[in-house]
Design a protein. Sequence first.
Length: 394
Amino acid sequence: MASNGIRDRVAIVGMGCTPFGEHWDKGPDDLLVDAVTEACTSSGIPLADVDAFWLGTMTSGLSGLTLSRPLKLDYKPVTRVENFCATGSESFRNACYAVASGAYDMVMATGVEKLKDSGYSGLVVSMDGGDGTTAAMTAPAMFSLLAPAYAKKYGVDDAELKDVMARIAWKNHYNGARNPRAQFRKEVSKEAICASPLVAGPLGIFDCSGVSDGAAAAIIVRAEDAHRYTDKPIYVKGLAFAAGPAEGPMSPEYDYTSFTEVVRSAEDAYAQAGITNPRAELAMAEVHDCFTPTELVLCEDLGFSPRGTAWQDVMEGFFDLEGKLPVNPDGGLKSFGHPIGASGLRMMYEMWLQMRGEAGKRQINNPKVGLTHNLGGAPGRCVSFVSVVGSQVG
């Protein structure tokens, strides 16, 4: 890939994120107002000063009116985007490019999804028209294929891999228990995780992320203007997006132990940001742990672990909150929840809190550079977003 990148050309100066969960008393309008209000309050920027807006949502609204109506925007441009579960990241990416291009001085990226009273669940997947070759499988079923494929390829015993998956779930619930905005805020024992009812293949209830409601927002300006609004901005180092040819389920060569789209987008983001050894250079990462084996595979696709060794790093605590490379310190999709249009910006919100020293009980010691990864689709046919952000220019 030949991205030129926008390293250190734009910065985040304000963010907001609602608690994720079951908001039976709120609609998309309310959630957007809450997230945008927090973003403006955190930066001291009046909403009227924002030049343009991007809105990410998959099912909770059509057109820019979904945002302009509840916010009573004064005839500003609002662009609605969608890219599967990477929708929130797509909103952020496009907003960043708008400022970097010089088209606008200040923009806002937003994302929202209202799932709990919509009839949608992780067991129901909306399929495109297609040509009839798309497998009629639920999301848990599709991602459950990763676990036995990984075990077979790398010689991991099925029972041992079950323990690895349980530890990933345990870790993310441990982190989420220290996050007042997470959907699930209680620690769960590994014994309870292993004993949970099965959903698909080897995946139990605790191997699956939560279906939830929520919204998040970010205000973005040119890097040279950032300190006008905050003394602790977050600088964008790299933004990468890859959409694959969607041939995996039909290809005899695809073995369900990697997401090529993730590998390609990570390589691009690292090149833009000047990262040569992500395992050593990143202070933390937010990855798309829609299911526990997904996080396992992603840790190798993103270069955190050599191929076939991430399961060992998991068991040794390398990715724990107190480990050398904390993964999903806010609880991830597993514990924070997954309102589709908001998840990518929620990941960025954790970068915002951590790099400003505002993450409370889950605060990492002086993080300088972090990564967010957002996946959409299914194994073998997906889209992937990777960002690298930092607390300093250079």
